[in-house]
Design a protein around this ligand. Sequence first.
Ligand code: PEP
Length: 249
Amino acid sequence: MSGSVRCLVAGNWKMNGVLEEARSFVSELGNNPAPERVEVALMPPFTLLQALAEPLRQKGVSLGAQNVYYEPKGAFTGSISPMMLRDCGCVYVIIGHSERRDIIGERDEQIRKKMRAAWSAGLEPILCIGEHLEERENGQTNNVLKKQLAILEGGIPEAASLTIAYEPVWAIGTGKTATPEQVEETHAFIHEELQRLGRDCRVLYGGSVNPGNAAALMKTPGVNGALVGGASLKADSFMAIVAAAAEAN
Ligand code: PEP
């Protein structure tokens, strides 16, 4: 990855936040210390997208969603299409988060369709990949990641934008983070695999990133930003991670 690419710090609120909390969060958001080097994005629940689009735009924060359905419209009760996300001002959408794979039962074939649909609507997918603890302990990490990335085989459209988030499942919401050595080695493998598939891109690290560990993680070679869950719910901890990314890049 060329050093000139802006890194991305993205906050995934998961199923958290109502309007009043979201308004306080935005009012407490400080300034991005290095907008030319670090992009900041927020993925609140669907219910807050419309309300947050303009206030976040004014703060220079990009808007994203946490999920999308792959059909453009029709009888799919409860689903949200890529164009609906665009209509709310989204530029990003998280696809294939491990909570959706493991709790909702989302499979690679659906993830592949969602990627295509997001690209067709001009959204940038943040494709989440990562191994379970047992897979890491059995030396299966690279095989698992290779299989998850194989959904990109057969072509990423020329004009499409893409970001990958490497999120070891055992590090999500657990307070455990991968060591900088594990992160460096795994990100190197992912960048290599992306090159083989025809398109290297930003690879974010995700999994219990917080203000205390962000500096070391953001400095790790091959890391192009962070996907942040729990620590993105408070403006001060989220902006401390943004500051660490600015320092490192
Ligand atoms: C996530 O949900 O993508 C995530 C990384 O969560 P946390 O930072 O809470 O581990």
